[in-house]
Unconditional design. Structure first.
Length: 90
């Protein structure tokens, strides 16, 4: 189980305009307001830690060695290249 961290409290303690969104609709509204303010805004929203970015079609870029004797590293590099091409629309 993950610890219950008060991200809003931490951000506010460091001087940010901090708030927690309870839904995607609230997140969208808070984002619209945040871009009109000067300074730092932090908007926190709970997510499901069990759902990966693949569910939303996102790709997280993590550097992988281009040269390796290990087959699993070479395969990871090919996966990275495929993701990079999709990211760039190639």
């Amino acid at each position: 189980m993950l610890p219950d961290i008060d991200f809003v409290g931490h951000a506010a303690a460091m001087g940010a305009w901090a708030q927690k969104a309870g839904s995607v609709t609230e997140l969208e509204e808070m984002t619209r307001h945040a871009i009109t303010r000067k300074g730092v805004d932090v908007i926190v929203i709970d997510t499901d830690p069990a759902i990966s970015t693949a569910a939303g079609g996102a790709w997280w870029e993590v550097g992988v060695p281009a040269v390796s004797e290990r087959a699993e590293v070479a395969a990871a590099y090919e996966g990275w290249r495929d993701g990079k091409e999709r990211q760039l629309g190639e």
